[in-house]
Design a binder for this molecule. Structure first.
Ligand code: KDG
Ligand code: MG
Length: 403
């Protein structure tokens, strides 16, 4: 049995911050896990270094479930994004080790491929509707079968999801939180027009998605969903903050637009009512923020009982290590829906060499043993940590609002 001999946390900032756990074994095989929590990176690094790694040394790396239960059930303080990202990193690294020892790509250990590739959605955005549609056409020409549309809102100086760069969007862009402005009224007027025009230009064969980024009340979300119905969106994401899961009943009473939620969830308990009552259609929890492969499979199996499919978060703050692991999960899970894919910068790709690749609208995790993602520690050392925050949001009268 492979014994854990040590582990270390690598923090690097090749354009943005990433936290990576590397677990080593006495067999010379190591595993990697992503532990990046946007804007709170060092909290997870400390949790791992100071509280988790000392408990790992000497354990059998094959006992993934037992180590997961030790870190979750064994701890008095359960759940929360910091704890669950740390557990996720350990879990992912252990699956990486197990698959490397087996000499198989991870998806083979998860039951094998259920499909030929993982349909991904790209991010089309622009300062106005014309620019967003141009960007979407570009994605369509590259072969994307699913595209998220986000556009600047007339009257607002900046909007969530609109990047300065053509391909690379990085919302965590201030060493202290920048302040954005928000108006639900202006936003609700502009999105249906975006979708009407986009459907006209892009046709019916491409899936169109939209992220409301927790900005609406349930009844406002119901109205937006209803207004978008003629353009058949694949999903409306994060329509409203989900602390009050029962609030989603109101959305369901008003629209048949499919609802996706959960990129900020960290455990099955965050989505229990949403799934049980079939208040959502896609669950967006992913490997790094929801307890790793082990817990994500548990969520997906529970979701399958209620006709909810997966739609893993895949923004740039999820490192290539998370993306690689997510793709093995996506390829194998029966109730797969779609995978978000925001390309990383060339600097990030150089720090994390990986086997996954894009073709014809699909990503494939590749056939390398393990998760197929490595870290070049010498390259990582060239990019020291830089504090970076997501912005905050205020209404036009100065009231703090949801980001
Ligand atoms: O860390 C926050 C980002 O990942 C988030 O703002 C991106 O909403 C997002 C998405 O759907 O990718
Ligand atoms: Mg989102």
């Amino acid at each position: 049995m492979p014994i854990i001999t040590g582990a270390k946390v690598v923090v690097t900032c090749p354009g943005r911050n990433f936290v990576t756990l590397k677990i080593e074994t006495d067999q010379g095989i190591y595993g990697l896990g992503d532990a990046t929590l946007n804007g709170r990176e060092l909290a997870v690094a400390s949790y791992l270094q100071d509280h988790v790694i000392p408990c790992l040394v000497g354990r059998d790396a094959h006992r993934i479930e037992d180590i997961w239960q030790f870190l979750y059930r064994g701890a008095y303080w359960r759940r929360g994004p910091v704890t669950m990202s740390a557990i996720a990193a350990v879990d992912t690294a252990l699956w990486d080790i197990k698959a490397k020892i087996a000499g198989l790509p991870l998806y083979q250990l998860l039951g094998g491929a259920s499909r030929q590739g993982v349909m991904v959605y790209g991010h089309a955005n622009g300062a106005d509707i014309d620019a967003t549609i141009d960007s979407a056409r570009d994605y369509q020409q590259q072969g994307y079968r699913a595209i998220r549309l986000q556009s600047g809102v007339p009257g607002l100086a900046s909007a969530y999801g609109v990047s300065k760069d053509k391909y690379f969007y990085e919302p965590a862009d201030g060493d202290l939180p920048r302040e954005n402005q928000w108006s639900t009224e202006r936003y609700l007027r502009s999105v249906p027009e975006l979708f009407e025009r986009a459907r006209g230009v892009l046709g019916n064969d491409v899936h169109l998605l939209h992220d409301a980024h927790h900005r609406l009340s349930p009844i406002e979300a119901g109205r937006l969903g209803r207004d978008l119905e003629p353009y058949r969106p694949f999903w409306l994401e994060d329509p409203t903050p989900a602390e009050n899961q029962a609030g989603f009943r109101i959305i369901r009473q008003h629209t048949t637009t499919p609802i996706a939620v959960g990129e900020v969830f960290n455990s099955i308990w965050d989505c229990k009512q949403l799934i049980e009552e079939q208040l959502i259609d896609y669950i967006r929890t992913t490997v790094v923020h929801a307890g790793g492969i082990t817990h994500l499979r548990r969520i997906a199996d529970f979701a399958a009982l209620h006709d909810v499919r997966t739609g893993c978060h895949g923004a740039t703050d999820l490192s290539p290590v998370c993306m690689g692991a997510a793709l093995h999960f996506d390829l194998s899970v029966p109730n797969f829906g779609v995978q978000e894919y925001m390309r990383h910068t060339p600097e990030t790709d150089a720090v994390f060499p990986h086997a996954y690749s894009f073709a014809d609208g699909y990503l494939h995790p590749g056939e390398e043993p393990g998760i197929g993602v490595d870290i070049d520690e010498a390259a990582a050392a060239k990019y020291p940590y830089r504090r970076a925050y997501l912005p905050v949001n205020r209404l036009e009268d100065g009231t703090m609002f949801n980001w």
